[in-house]
Design a protein around this ligand. Structure first.
Ligand code: GAF
Length: 379
């Protein structure tokens, strides 16, 4: 008997998986309608699902194996009504209903190997796997970008986290062996081959295992500062500031904080373009300095890094990495490191040694293998 049967007294009808992600470049650009470039990780959240004849969602997490499933009444869904982790899948059901889609009750048992609190989008994976499973079992026929949008709506309006669309699109739409070049304005996208092994490269993820407490409030503050910058410059979004006119635009901004935020966003969009051009030219190893430059911009201008992330980047680059940067929202979480294959081991060791020398808990280091987006898995 499977755990699902033991929990719900019925066999699962299907298995779905949605991945976590790292973002190669294009950070804090999504809510400015700019460009991002994530890749999906092989780590996923999996959902075994069976339909119910009533209007209840019963949700169980493998992280709390001994807990009873959380019961959510689909007829009584409202923002703020569901506490804890279950708010994410419940929010997806709410967003589907709000968009006019008829969904029935379901038992869902989740299991995950996406590290939580590591800035690797476990929340988006939880939303997207729920959206895809409900979509498939309900025969809704919604495309992945719609599932991503509904997942974002769940996070913004049901859970109350004002995130952009980066994480949900990465989890819903990535393709194995590729990075996703995404225009967050219209969700226009291209899958760009990212076969690092062919070029003798490795992309490492370093999870600092740190999450600073003020992360959520600071994220909302950065969004507000970007909106203030766009308003001061008379454009709808910072995406609309021309990089070639950036210096002139900056002189028109009187608030030095807003000026730095604008400089980060506009130069970061430009870095995405430059990384794309290099990847298209088959020059993946040359993107390293742009990653490190992006980190400096996030640290100094956008001020979303932290000592642990700065330490990863400095230690990796000192050890000979081609480039490194924080990835995701910041204030802890993970960094990525681009290295020559034969230097990967030594670079990981160098980072761990620097952490140990400062009395910090050992970071978790693993390889980012560009993997598939959300999908139904044959059982
Ligand atoms: C977090 C958010 F959820 C994303 O939308 C994005 O803004 C990212 O931070 C920063 O690029 O992951």
């Amino acid at each position: 008997m499977t755990d699902h049967e033991r929990l719900f007294g019925t066999a699962p009808e299907g298995l779905w998986a949605a991945p976590g992600r790292v973002n190669l470049i294009g950070e804090h650009t999504d809510y400015n309608e700019g460009y991002v470039m994530p890749l999906a990780l092989p780590q996923t959240i999996k959902a075994l699902v069976s339909r119910r004849p009533d209007r209840l969602l019963r949700l169980h997490s493998g992280h709390e194996p001994d807990a009873e499933p959380v019961t959510v009444d689909l007829a009584a869904l409202a923002p703020g009504a569901v506490p804890g982790w279950a708010a994410y899948p419940a929010g997806v059901a709410w967003a589907l209903a709000e968009a006019g889609h008829e969904i029935g009750g379901a038992n869902i048992s989740f299991d995950s190997d996406v590290p939580t609190g590591a800035g690797l989008s476990s929340s988006a994976a939880l939303e997207v796997v729920t959206a895809l499973a409900l979509n498939d079992l309900g025969g809704l026929g919604l495309p992945p970008e719609t599932l991503a949008r509904l997942s974002q709506r769940a996070e913004n309006d049901f859970v109350g986290v004002p995130s952009g669309i980066l994480d949900q699109m990465a989890s819903a739409c990535c393709v194995a062996g590729h990075v996703l070049h995404l225009d967050t304005r219209d969700l226009g996208r291209r899958h760009v081959p990212f076969a690092m092994a062919v070029e003798g490269l490795r992309l490492l993820v370093v999870d600092t295992r740190v999450k600073h407490a003020h992360a959520d409030g600071a994220y909302a503050k950065r969004r507000a500062e970007c909106e203030a910058g766009a308003a001061a410059l008379g454009v709808p979004f910072l995406r609309d500031v021309d990089h070639d006119d950036l210096d002139a635009a900056l002189t028109r901004l009187t608030d030095p904080v807003v000026r730095r935020r604008v400089r980060h966003v506009v130069t970061e969009d430009r870095r995405v373009e430059r990384v794309i051009a290099l990847l298209d030219a088959g020059r993946a190893r040359d993107i390293g300095p742009l990653l490190t430059e992006g980190h400096a911009s996030l640290r100094d201008d956008f001020e979303v890094s932290c000592p642990e992330l700065d330490l990863v980047v400095a230690a990796a680059v000192d050890a000979g990495a081609l480039g490194a940067r924080m990835t995701g929202g910041g204030f802890g979480g993970s960094a990525i490191v681009l290295v020559d294959e034969d230097a990967a081991e030594a670079t990981g060791t160098a980072v761990r040694e620097e952490f140990a020398a400062r009395g910090l808990a050992a970071p978790r280091v693993f390889e980012a293998i560009p993997s598939a987006g959300a999908q139904r898995i044959p059982m």
